[in-house]
Ligand binder design. Structure first.
Ligand code: PLP
Length: 389
């Protein structure tokens, strides 16, 4: 069997149609879209087609979309722009479970003297909206709250959040990098001012993303230079990737409904299969309001990294809530914020599916996991009799 790729929240395979859409711009159509000649002009037109395709995915207007290099750049741009557009305001609100692209940006601003409120979540990974409402003051420059969490898959009630934030006349940004292409997004209904999405999470290539900036929103560019993207993001465009991103958005829009249901059915089959066969499993996060492709399961008293290494022997790719950084095991800030016990955080595995996941692959994982968990528990100092510890 080939690779069983269940790490789609990390990145996705480039769709065949996307690769096809990209190739001409890596080959004969290499002109600079800013050039005056016809050769460059046709490249410029392709960018505008892609802008329309990406806008359509989230029901935005094409002129409300700028292309960036990655979701992290979109997040940083949204936050920096909000801060620069509100001189005198020194307060930022976000959550404890954001992606580092938001979290570490906010920590950096805190070191620059900004006051940052990091809203907590409960054990289901849910926010308390009363706490959000209470945190907003006249000094708040921006609220940035993710649409869906990359580790737990939990979807926040972004519409309610937007209503609260906008009722206080504060800028609202949402990081929808994990939501785009997986669940329907509609910025005409959702009153956010800015929204980040990223190509490589939805079967486009790496190195391209977008930021939605609602018409009328005050905006300061993050990358300053030439006049590209209507003066809102300088730098010669990553044309091939943008063309592919447009195609990926088109595919996602067309197939969102049926693929979402197919992926959810497979995710539930995997989850139930593992819950039925592995000792002491627990699903982390709200199981109702969740991305259809994600499950985060803890296997107590086993190291997640050890599980991943064993799965790797079967060519199964997933990811763990403990990342080995600079030689030390650092437990996931998301699971920690949800109050998941350390023994369970260390034994957590995230499986994230895509439209390319098959039933055969899911059944292969259900077959391979139980003996892996059993064997690792026997090796663990707690494993043989966890109740003693
Ligand atoms: N935001 C979320 C929720 C993510 O999951 C990620 C990537 O994992 C990012 C932002 C950053 O996106 P990129 O890898 O395109 O910089």
């Amino acid at each position: 069997m080939n690779v069983v790729y269940l790490d789609n929240n990390a990145t996705t395979r480039v769709a065949d149609e996307v690769r096809e859409a990209m190739l001409p711009y890596l080959d004969e159509l290499y002109g600079n879209p800013s050039s005056m000649h016809t050769f460059g002009g046709q490249v410029h037109r392709k960018i505008e087609v892609a802008r329309e395709q990406v806008a359509t995915l989230i029901n935005a207007e094409p002129e409300e979309i700028i292309f960036t290099s990655c979701g992290s750049e979109s997040d940083n741009t949204a936050l920096m722009s909000s801060i620069l557009s509100s001189p005198g305001k020194r307060h930022i609100i976000t959550t404890r479970v954001e992606h580092p692209a938001v979290l570490n940006f906010c920590k950096t601003m805190a070191r620059q003297g900004y006051r940052v409120t990091f809203l907590p979540v409960d054990k289901g990974g849910r926010l308390d909206l009363a706490e959000l409402r209470a945190a907003i003051t006249d000094d708040t420059a921006v609220v940035s709250i993710m649409y869906a969490n990359n580790e737990s898959g939990v979807i926040f009630p972004v519409q309610d959040i937007a209503d609260i934030v906008k009722s206080k006349d504060v800028t609202f940004h949402t990081d929808a990098v994990q939501a785009a292409g997986k669940i329907p997004l509609d910025v005409k209904k959702l009153s956010c001012d800015m929204m980040s999405i990223s190509g490589h999470k939805m079967h486009a290539a790496k190195g391209v993303a977008a930021l939605f900036i609602r018409r009328g929103t005050r905006f300061s560019p993050y990358i300053i230079g030439g006049h590209q993207e209507n003066g809102r993001r300088a730098g010669t465009e990553n044309v091939a990737s943008i063309a592919g991103f447009g195609m990926a958005a088109d595919l996602a829009k067309k197939h969102l409904q049926d693929e979402g249901e197919m992926v959810k059915t497979l995710r539930d089959r995997l989850e139930q299969g593992l819950l039925n066969t592995c000792p002491d499993p627990r699903v982390n996060g709200d199981r109702e309001n969740r991305l259809p492709n994600t499950t985060n399961i803890s296997f107590e008293y086993v190291e997640g990294e050890a599980i991943l290494l064993r799965l790797n022997e079967f060519n199964i790719c997933a990811s763990s809530g403990s990342a080995c950084t600079s030689g030390s095991l650092e437990p996931s800030h998301v699971l920690r914020s949800m109050g998941v016990p350390f023994t369970a955080i260390h034994g957590s595995v995230r499986f994230s599916l895509s439209r390319y996941t098959t039933e055969e692959e899911i059944d292969f994982v259900i077959e391979k996991m139980p003996p892996v968990i059993k064997e690792l528990r026997e090796l663990s100092p707690y494993g043989a009799n966890p109740a003693c510890h």
